[in-house]
Design a protein. Sequence first.
Length: 363
Amino acid sequence: MNLTKFKKLKFQSYKPGKYEIPNLKKARKIIKLSANESALGTSTKVKKILRKSISTSKYPDYTSKLLRKQISKKFKCDANKVICGSGSDEIIQMLCQLFLSKGDEAIVPEFSFLMYRIYASISGAKVIFSREDNFKISVNNIIKKVNKRTKVVFLANPNNPTGTYLSKSELIILRKRLRKDILLVIDDAYFEYMKDKNYASGLKIFKNHKNVFILRTFSKIYGLASLRIGWGFGDKKIINALNSIKPPFNVNEVAQKCAIEALKDNKFIDKSIKHNLFWGKKIKKILEEFNIFTNEISANFLLLNFNRCKFSAPIIERKLEERGIILREMKTYGIDNHLRLTIGNNMENKFFIKEIKKIFKNV
């Protein structure tokens, strides 16, 4: 009996970074600096929730009402324009289902979060890549790619994996130059880390704009990556349509309760931002001594450029893995001779610095 035919998938599937190192000596502890996870773990408020006994026999609130209320309170936005998902990935998927069909086009930056292109492709749309200028998203290059088939433009600001960003004025110009019927999706995943005066989050700029949709996540600074929870903000008509295709009970009760408490803990967020800035600057300075250059501190990671270094990225990747340290290779993103380093906790950062110095000292 022949297998029932299924769609031919004409794209490269998502490949997460490594989480283990084959043949590593058992005595060595693995330090994973590859997934842009929270350096300080989770808030003490969240830990209290996790210690409580939560019933698993009942379905969770399928509207995430209390969480949306807390989001509304913290970010001064309309709770009726908020949708919660099993990670912001799920919301990206639903946006593609809602807006894209065969014959449509979605524009994504040349180097960007891989799920934009993957979900757009699954929906049947053609993915169009806009060229970046020195790893920075270019407004002009996005506009050049627009045609009558363009339905959606995706971008993260700051951008993953490059760590570059568009200023407030550049984002406003982009929205003005796009056709009114094109949806601009701005992923604010790393906005908390941005402190430059010329930057503003997508939510802050476009809170009242009908054709801009904002993505947010609890996986980064809030440290809830394993709970899979994110949210989106957009026009009420878009939110209603997304709710009509959203899977029932898509955000579990533990995730909802932890996210609510995470939003309340401003001290933890402030501490995380200060930690990230301190270690980001310190690591950046040390790496430059070895001709490894990076982006400015704009998120909880650094994109390491080895083009002027005596070692190539694959060699450094291998040497670090021999010492139990995992960084993210960038070939998956189409970037040669680069690695992405997540800012870790104090112990992890100190160990990384010590080992990278050893590598160059032993040349």
